[in-house]
Write a protein that binds this ligand. Structure first.
Ligand code: SAM
Ligand code: SF4
Length: 335
């Protein structure tokens, strides 16, 4: 069957796609243990990266097809030179929400300019509140800089600020309550993300996954929680509020409670591949870069977006015995 030629971006299972993740680079100044190998990471040649004009053109076409929110990611998006200019170009398209996920290193300096350019909010990744452990997990960078970046982002109005924590058994899972206390103290929404098999090849082990249900049970035992119910929100994070009014926390249970049934996300990699799932294999990617560079008209680019969405599988297969991890790691796809 072929995708519809008009209407919103819909897949063959009826899911309408309204969220676009734009990876602006596969490069990063960190080497987090759950995302990249420590050494020998091959990076894309610069000429293979989409230009700002090319990214904005795809974003504009996606917006016309009903995409309402975009998020810049990578690699580390803030290492892409002049990112502020790209944010301004994409924000100018008219999306309802323009967000960014970052490791926080360059954020303190750039936050005011990003906000002026039209960025609405940021997620800052931070996997430990203990300086030594933070540096061990992320292999580079330091906790103080990232905490200062969170303050700067809030001062610049990039709110609500969310804090992404990848929970790994035996590595940082003893900090669940510390992060709960941090969320309550700062008003930031901490989101615990289950460790997914998208890291350096061969290192993910199932027994390293800390189940979202266990995290929630621990937090609930300390500070009773209640679910935040928002039927209109297909976002993958399940959100909970502290019953005493102490704020909210979230869990992204990609492994133990997959949310594929309501997934509304589409991804554009830094080298111009449209991916319909983090876990899609290379043969499911559809490149728009050569089309864009070959003078294709918008209808041709639209057809690629429609086809990429249409072909989305009903769900990822992480929990199937025959699961094959994607050839690209998280930093290359854009998390
Ligand atoms: N460099 C930015 C950062 O670290 O926030 C943006 C890109 S990063 C790939 C996006 C998010 O994916 C981060 O919050 C990171 O912690 C998360 N992530 C990376 N590898 C992961 C994995 N194997 N499992 C779960 N989350 C992962
Ligand atoms: Fe870089 Fe983000 Fe991956 Fe860490 S998670 S290595 S900061 S892209």
């Amino acid at each position: 069957m072929s995708p519809p030629i008009n209407g919103p971006l819909i897949d063959s299972h009826g899911r309408v796609h309204t969220d676009l993740r734009i990876s602006v680079t596969d490069r990063c100044n960190f080497r987090c243990v759950y995302c990249m190998p420590e050494e020998g990471v091959p990076f894309l040649p610069r000429a293979e990266l989409l230009t700002f004009e090319e990214i904005t053109r795809v974003a504009t076409i996606a917006h016309r097809l009903g995409v309402r929110s975009v998020r810049f990611t990578g690699g580390e998006p803030l290492v892409r030179r002049d990112l502020v200019d790209l944010v301004a170009m994409v924000a100018g398209v008219g999306f309802d929400d323009v967000a960014l996920t970052t490791n926080g290193t360059g954020l303190a300096r750039l936050a005011p300019r990003l906000a002026d350019a039209g960025l609405r909010r940021v997620n800052v990744s931070c996997d430990s509140l203990r300086p030594e452990r933070f540096s061990r997990i992320r292999r580079r960078g330091d906790l103080a800089t990232v905490l200062a970046a969170m303050d700067a982002a809030e001062s610049a109005g990039l709110t609500p600020l969310k804090v992404n924590v990848v929970a790994i058994a035996g590595v940082n899972d003893d900090e669940v309550e510390d992060f709960g206390a941090f969320a309550r103290r700062t008003g930031r929404e901490v989101r615990f993300i289950e460790f997914m098999p998208l890291d350096a090849p061969g290192s993910w082990q199932r027994d390293q996954v800390v189940a979202a249900a266990d995290i929630l049970a621990r937090l609930h035992a300390r500070w009773p929680l209640e679910a935040v119910v928002d039927p209109g929100d297909p976002a993958p994070a399940e959100r909970y509020r502290f019953q005493d009014g102490g704020g909210t926390i979230g869990v992204v249970a990609s492994v133990t409670r997959p949310f594929c049934g309501t997934c509304n996300r589409l991804r554009l990699t830094a080298d111009g591949a449209v991916r319909n799932c983090l876990f899609a294999n290379a043969d499911a990617e559809r490149s728009v870069r050569d089309l864009l560079r070959g003078g294709a008209d918008d209808a041709e680019v639209e057809a690629v977006l429609r086809r990429a969405v249409w072909d989305k599988l009903p769900g990822h297969a992480i929990n199937d015995p025959g699961f094959l991890r994607p050839a690209r790691s998280m930093s290359m796809i854009g998390g």
